[in-house]
Design a protein around this ligand. Structure first.
Ligand code: PBG
Length: 321
């Protein structure tokens, strides 16, 4: 076996999996203000960006040949109805209109995350019903707000809408909403198999979206369930999703691989905040070699079956490729 491993030229010739900048999507957290670049403590190299800074980030991303951006928003105010999510003057809508004016938007796919958790006062991904001391996240009342959010983001210029809330029936509701608004050309990237993961911890600092009470286990998937993930994907495809996103990445590569074998649709994986933070922490201590570790973690996801990868390493990785 070693004859073909002798030189880099030989290894390169027989390499099975390739990683290209165009397969990488960079998450961007847009916040109010001007000239703002507020670093996220737990995610070195990642910052909340005001719209003007997000435009600069897009230009840098386009120059590096990245595939696209995934946009999240930090609204000025939060309320029970998640007004900031669907408001035409919302922070992500404003960013999308600005990004649409740039040359970068021609080569980047602008993907808008569709969820309510950054915009609700309680931090849950749907509408909360209080029953005495108990509460529940109400499924169907949330669908209407999610559809309204998706329509508003597509109208503002999103190429793709990406629901990450995990309410049942959201893909169908969003498709119906988009079609009714004459947005039948907007595709849906569904976070079909999204697990209730502790690896989202740093994101909740970045997006200021930690639930004020309870947790997300009544709507996100149990980390132990691989078969259930296949059902989630089948349902979302039936409801009209064009593409699916698997999440997190590294602890769930088996689920990604099983999905790849089973479904003939474009599939992405999200290397989430906690995966990024733990690698950065090890880099900072000199315990892991940054460049090789980063590329190996991304190559593993491609090998497992991802067509594209959402990663906070997108710019750093593209510089190396
Ligand atoms: C919104 C959302 C989350 C992430 C992406 N979209 C947080 C969550 O569900 O708690 C996590 C991304 C990351 O950790 O990088 N629902």
């Amino acid at each position: 076996m070693r004859r073909m491993r002798r030189t880099e030229a030989l290894r390169q010739l027989v390499r099975e999996t390739r990683l290209e900048p165009g397969q990488l999507v960079l998450p961007v957290f847009v916040c109010p203000g001007e000239g703002v670049r507020k670093p996220i403590g737990s995610m070195p190299g990642v910052a909340n960006l005001s719209v003007d800074e997000a435009v600069k980030e897009a230009e840098a991303a386009a120059e590096l040949g990245l595939g696209g951006l995934l946009l999240f928003g930090l609204p000025e105010t939060k309320d029970e109805q998640a007004t900031g999510a669907w408001d035409p003057a919302g922070i992500v809508q404003t960013a999308l209109r600005a990004l649409r004016q740039t040359a970068a938007a021609k080569s980047l796919v602008l993907i808008a995350d569709v969820c309510l958790c950054e915009y609700t006062s309680h931090g849950h991904c749907g509408v909360v019903r209080q029953q005495g001391d108990a509460y529940s996240v109400a499924n169907d009342p949330s669908l209407e707000l999610l559809a309204r959010t998706a329509v508003s983001l597509a109208q503002a210029g999103a190429d793709i809408v990406a629901p990450s809330d995990m309410m049942d029936g959201r893909v169908a509701a969003i498709r119906k909403g988009l079609d009714a608004a004459a947005l039948e050309e907007t595709p849906i990237l569904s976070y079909a198999a999204k697990f209730a993961s502790a690896f989202y911890g740093p994101f909740r600092e970045a997006a200021d979206s930690a639930p004020q009470f309870g947790d997300r286990r009544s709507y996100q998937m149990d980390p132990a369930n691989g078969r259930e993930a296949m059902r989630e994907i089948a349902l979302d495809l039936d409801e009209g999703a064009e593409m699916i996103l698997m999440k997190p990445g590294m602890p769930y590569l088996d689920v990604l691989h099983a999905a790849r074998e089973r479904f003939e649709v474009p599939m992405g994986v999200y290397q989430v905040s906690g995966e990024y933070s733990m690698l950065q922490a090890a880099f900072a201590r000199g315990w892991l070699e940054p460049e090789r570790t980063m590329l190996e973690s991304l190559t593993g996801m491609r090998r497992a079956g991802a067509d594209f990868i959402v990663t906070y390493f997108a710019k750093d990785a593209a510089r190396l490729l």
